[in-house]
Write a protein that binds this ligand. Structure first.
Ligand code: AMP
Length: 396
């Protein structure tokens, strides 16, 4: 793994440390509805204040597109940050300029201030050099703790990191170490479980994975396209027929790379995409013309679980069925439970992506995996083998 500075390496006493966080928390009716992002970020701030640093917290919040939008003010979540931190946080209603300068001047060692939404300035997303310099003014050290924003080269995630000594925050560090353990330098054999609706949105990901993993388990709607590409009639299922050639190319690439592809052997079918829709389990070769595949079947789950038991590492993105509607969550939950059980016995398991986190939480195993990434887009781009600018800039 590329080397980067961590908080541990920093001589931060008395220094002004700018921490880029992802505090883009779910927010409804004036309330934070899920504090996970705040809770996971707090240890980084504490580690810095414990060292006697003066900490500046900065983040984006929503998509104000370069305008000041009061509904997207970070001032609304300061109380939640204070509560999680257990200390006073001074809010500054700007992220650059005189107000920030004055607030920094007034800070004592161990104090924390929080800046207004970075995206109130269009220059943030444009990675404007002037704006980055303004953010970096009076800052001694830059820390990035927002892996989930690292796929974007913005002023606060990339531009200003180049201007100051920098380091990865604890969350960023955990994220990078987990990802490295999954695909960078994994203990083999390593399996990937890839599900979700469409092949077309995960082409780069599949292409990258076949070159890196020993077993590629494909489920969800995207498995239908692979089954179709193999000449199987998938009836009324979600299926990207125009992607059949691409699916065949991926299978060829896998064969050349000695990556075993595991597709469903049985499936759960229904006439409509609806909760509790009347359904039955059939062999993949026997999908009725007027029915659609909404989950993989028990034989497929047993086969997948057997393969997982042979592995030392697994990385998971995408549900293997329409997990939001019962009973088509069964296979996703059953595999989730098995991954959790195997993890207790030493399997290294890493999951990530919005729907995957939601599915694993619903299955009640989120805490039982080795690592669950809270990053959506950044996790996917990383699984695609792309270089993340916010990570690249931290490399020594
Ligand atoms: P993604 O965002 O690509 O990970 O896709 C997640 C979505 O895929 C979820 O909303 C699932 O309901 C959906 N999905 C999974 N399996 C199927 C299936 N067999 N048919 C239709 N949708 C599915």
């Amino acid at each position: 793994m590329a080397k980067f500075n961590t908080i541990k390496d920093l001589d931060a006493a008395g220094k002004v440390v700018f921490v880029r966080a992802d505090l883009n928390v779910p927010f409804k009716d004036g309330k934070v509805t899920d504090t996970t992002r705040i809770d996971r970020f707090v240890p980084t701030v504490k580690a810095l204040t414990d060292k006697g640093a003066k900490v500046i917290i900065a983040s984006h919040f929503g998509r104000p597109k370069g305008q000041v939008v009061p509904e997207m003010s970070l001032g609304q979540i300061v109380a939640d940050v204070e509560k999680a931190l257990g200390q006073k946080v001074v809010f500054v209603d700007d992220c650059i300029g005189a107000k920030v300068e004055a607030a920094i001047k007034a800070m004592k060692n161990g104090d924390v201030i929080m800046l207004e939404n970075l995206r109130f300035y269009a220059e943030e997303e444009k990675n404007d050099a002037d704006f980055a310099a303004k953010l970096a003014k009076d800052v001694d050290i830059y820390v990035n703790d927002a892996f989930s924003c690292a796929h974007r080269a913005h002023a606060s995630t990339e531009g200003m990191a180049k201007l100051k000594p920098n380091a990865a925050g604890l969350l960023m560090q955990a994220e990078l170490e987990a990802l490295d353990a999954a695909l960078g330098n994994p203990v083999r054999p390593v399996a990937a479980i890839v599900g979700g609706a469409k092949v077309s949105t995960k082409l780069d990901l599949l292409g990258n994975l076949v070159a890196k993993v020993d077993k590629l388990i494909i489920g969800g709607g995207m498995a239908n396209t692979f089954l179709f590409a193999k000449g199987i009639d998938v009836g009324n299922s979600l299926c990207e027929k125009e992607m059949a050639d691409t699916a065949r190319e991926i299978m060829k690439k896998a064969e050349a790379a000695k990556c075993e592809i595991i597709l469903p052997v049985d499936v759960v079918v229904a006439k409509e995409f609806a909760e509790n829709a009347e359904n039955k389990t059939v062999d993949v070769n026997a999908v009725p013309a007027d029915m659609m595949i909404l989950d993989i079947g028990p034989k497929s789950v047993a086969e997948i679980n057997k393969k997982l038991a042979e592995c030392k590492t697994v990385i998971w993105n995408g549900p293997v069925g329409a997990f939001e509607i019962k009973p088509f969550n069964k296979a996703t939950f059953a595999i989730a439970e098995e991954v959790a059980a195997l993890t207790a016995k030493g399997l290294k398991s890493i999951g990530g992506g919005g729907d995957t986190v939601s599915a694993l939480k619903k299955a009640g195993v989120a805490e039982k995996l080795s690592y669950l990434s809270a990053a959506g887009g950044a996790f996917l781009e990383w699984m695609e083998g792309k270089i993340l600018p916010g990570v690249k800039v931290l490399e020594k």
